[in-house]
Design a protein around this ligand. Structure first.
Ligand SMILES: *Cc1c(COP(=O)(O)O)cnc(C)c1O
Length: 388
């Protein structure tokens, strides 16, 4: 066993990433192109491996959250279009221009800030205008398409900005509630109407887009220029309680090892706070993973792990670097692998399943796996790289 496979590690299965990409692509209609959202270190999966791999599969569009993530991608030879989805200050215009990045503008004020910086530095940058059609986060935000188009026109006239596109983001595209579906359709209609209004005024933006994973999967839209796929690419659900319409495989598996085994007796306690008290003789295994690795303390006494194909329940509180499980019914020895989420034998624990236990989403679990956990990249059953 390699040294990085002795404490806690995250396996990243590239063949599953490929298969998820192919399955997600089947939802695309018309001329919609695939955009891979690789913000937050590719949702914790390792952007320096994930993005170049996806590029080799033919993906030409990538999205990140900030300029550092964008530069990171360029530095690992991603040469497709890179869109920064959020605010970047005027101080970064040289980097944006030099690295050929597309920056989002969050409204006229932000556009002016970027424009002034461009004039000062004698640069020109590519931008997409964000339109707030109901997410309430960033973007040009008016009730009518006409007013939206007015503000877009003002932005387009600014010196130093090359407005290449416009996009919006859905708030509830992952819901099957009737009111939510109407809300999403209204959001979609407003960006389409704004685009039409701009075209009436002789302005044709190259790339107008609005689909995220859920939108691309559920909407049957053929007009968005891009489908910005994040979570489904990584094999998780936008909404853990809804079917995705295709079988995706989680790309990440989180594993650790059994470090210590003992038997405790009736009335013995386990871990901080004495929250667990034994009812009788049980066999306890200590695993070398904890909340500092991104395995939440909120899972204390609630979640299960897989050891030798069987489920073992966490007992007592999750510690910073270790946690304890009940292995009374499992044949186990020191050094055996424990799967916190992932597949073992016929059983699987998913990040979505863990998320439901403590009221979050799979997204937060995978991007919360911390830096000290090495990412072990696996392709065709073989380790091809380790990101430490
Ligand atoms: C994160 C993000 C996405 C991807 O969303 P998923 O639900 O992961 O597909 C798409 N668009 C924007 C603007 C985002 O911020």
């Amino acid at each position: 066993m390699n040294s990085y496979l002795k404490r806690a590690w995250a396996e990243i299965h590239l063949d599953r990433l490929k298969s998820n990409y192919e399955k997600c692509s089947k939802f695309l209609r018309g001329n919609t192109e695939f955009l891979a959202v690789v913000k937050a270190n590719a949702y914790g999966h390792g952007d320096t491996v994930v993005a170049p791999y996806l590029q080799k599969l033919g993906i030409k569009w990538f999205a990140v959250s900030n300029i550092n993530e964008a530069k990171h991608l360029r530095n690992c030879k991603v040469n497709g279009n890179i869109l920064i989805l959020g605010y970047t200050s005027g101080e970064s215009v040289c980097d944006i221009a030099d690295y050929d990045i597309i920056q989002t503008v969050t409204g006229y004020e932000h556009a002016k800030e970027l424009s002034q910086a461009c004039i000062k530095e004698n640069r020109k940058i590519k931008v997409h205008i964000s339109l707030d059609t109901g997410m309430g986060r960033i973007g040009v935000r008016h009730i009518s398409a006409k007013e939206n188009a007015d503000e877009c026109e003002k932005i387009i006239k600014l010196e130093g900005l090359d407005v290449k596109g416009m996009f919006t983001h859905f708030a509830v595209a992952d819901s099957d509630d009737k009111g939510d579906i109407e809300y999403t359709n209204k959001q979609r209609q407003l960006i389409i109407d704004t685009d039409n209004e701009l075209q009436l005024r002789g302005i044709k933006l190259e790339t107008v887009h609005y689909l995220n994973s859920a939108g691309a999967t559920y909407l049957k839209d053929d007009r968005s220029a891009l489908a910005r796929y994040g979570i489904m690419l990584y094999g998780l659900h936008p909404n853990a309680y809804l079917e995705m319409g295709c079988e995706l495989e989680p790309v990440m598996e989180l594993k650790t090892v059994v470090a210590h085994i003992k038997t405790i007796s009736k009335d013995d306690y386990v871990s901080y706070g004495r929250t667990f008290k034994s009812n009788g003789d049980i066999k306890v295994a200590t695993l070398t993973i904890g909340y500092a690795d991104g395995y939440s303390r909120l899972l204390s006494s609630k979640a299960e792990v897989l050891i030798n194909g069987k489920r073992a329940k966490i007992i007592g509180r999750v510690c910073m670097d270790q946690l304890m499980v009940d292995v009374t019914d499992i044949d186990v020895k020191v050094g055996d692998v424990a799967t916190m989420f992932g597949r073992d034998g016929n059983d699987i624990i998913t990040a979505d399943e863990l998320a439901c236990i403590y009221g979050t989403i799979g997204y937060e679990i995978v991007c919360g796996i911390s830096k000290r956990v090495p990412r072990v990249i696996i392709d065709g059953g073989k380790i091809v790289e380790v990101l430490e």
